[in-house]
Ligand binder design. Structure first.
Ligand code: NAP
Length: 282
């Protein structure tokens, strides 16, 4: 069996078209959706991410601003910038690109963003709302994974879902969204004993560890849906995921590639969260 590929690039195009139409409708009413992205420091990967995010906003007709600050920006000054954006009526969403320099407390910064503008969905009140089954903003990467399952009409209800990775930004919210959709969810972490015993039981397998080839073909149930969140470099420096793609695609029923899978969906769902914020504001 060779798996069907779920293309995040193709699905993103479709969703972004809908987002553009909703943005145009808001703009006609004088309420153009607006996203502010804050970047502190010179992290090269972060610079690429924020550029892509701002460009995606512009392509969809959003108002977007990128505020770049030097790595020695004080925490107090950053908090003051966030406060200004919290009160700016043109801004519906605020995103602070992580990681932040070590002298800045990232949790404090995230909590400073107004919950109703927290389009990353990382604010503790948004995490709590998700946990209690009443999400306001769903974190973009797990939200994108759910959209991919929706796109293939996968019956999540009652399925065994295994999430490998338990970070606050991917693994934990992913597990909550799957649980909310009716799956029976297992969350694995670096201390999990016999990872394969869990993954082989998965109808839906989401892998988000940052460890290349952590999931091999013998760890996958035939016909399973494998969603690879990981972003790593292979020996030739090319982008690859956490899953041994070449071999796993011979066992899985569906698989997401890297690049062109979950990555583009993450930015797309940021646009969706921003438009939802703007519509709620209306
Ligand atoms: P993270 O904060 O480093 O968390 C990694 C998680 O993986 C942790 O929970 C860790 O367990 C777990 N883990 C590590 N080794 C493991 C092992 N051998 N077996 C089972 N679990 C293991 O990473 P993250 O921010 O969630 O990101 C994960 C990956 O996704 C990275 O490659 C990142 O670049 C990528 N990513 C991609 C997108 C996208 O848009 N495609 C978005 C976000 C992140 P412990 O909790 O025990 O430490």
């Amino acid at each position: 069996m060779t798996a069907q590929i779920i293309s995040g690039t193709a699905l993103s195009q479709q969703i972004r078209q809908e987002v553009s139409q909703r943005a145009a409708a808001l703009t006609t009413q004088g309420k153009q959706p607006g996203l502010a992205v804050i970047l502190v420091g010179e992290n090269p990967a972060s610079q690429v991410y924020v550029r892509n995010k701002v460009k995606a906003c512009e392509d969809c007709g959003f108002y977007s601003i990128l505020e770049k600050y030097d790595a020695d920006l004080s925490e107090a000054t950053l908090l003051a910038h966030i406060d200004r954006l919290n009160h700016d009526p043109k801004i519906n969403g605020i995103l602070v690109q992580l990681p932040l320099p070590a002298h800045i407390n990232a949790n404090k910064v995230i909590e400073a963003i107004a919950a109703e503008k927290d389009v990353d969905g990382f604010h503790i009140s948004n995490a709590g709302l998700l946990m209690t089954g009443q999400p306001l903003f769903r974190p973009c990467t797990p939200y994108g994974v759910m959209k991919m399952l929706e796109a293939i009409n996968y019956p999540v209800r009652g399925a065994n879902a295994v999430v490998v990775g338990a970070s606050n930004i991917v693994g934990k919210p992913q597990a909550m969204l799957l649980l909310q959709a009716g799956a029976t969810v297992t969350i694995c972490n670096s201390k999990t004993r016999d990872l394969g015993a869990h993954t082989r039981n998965a109808d839906i397998l989401v892998v988000a560890t940052g460890k290349r080839n952590i999931v091999t073909a013998d760890m996958v149930k035939p016909g399973a849906v494998v969603l690879d969140v990981g972003m790593n470099r292979d020996d030739d420096g090319k982008l690859c995921g956490d899953v041994d793609y070449a071999n796993v695609k011979e066992v899985a029923g569906y698989i997401t590639p890297v690049p062109g899978g979950v990555g583009p969906m993450t930015i797309t769902m940021l646009l969706v969260n921003t438009i939802e914020a703007a519509e709620r504001n209306l």
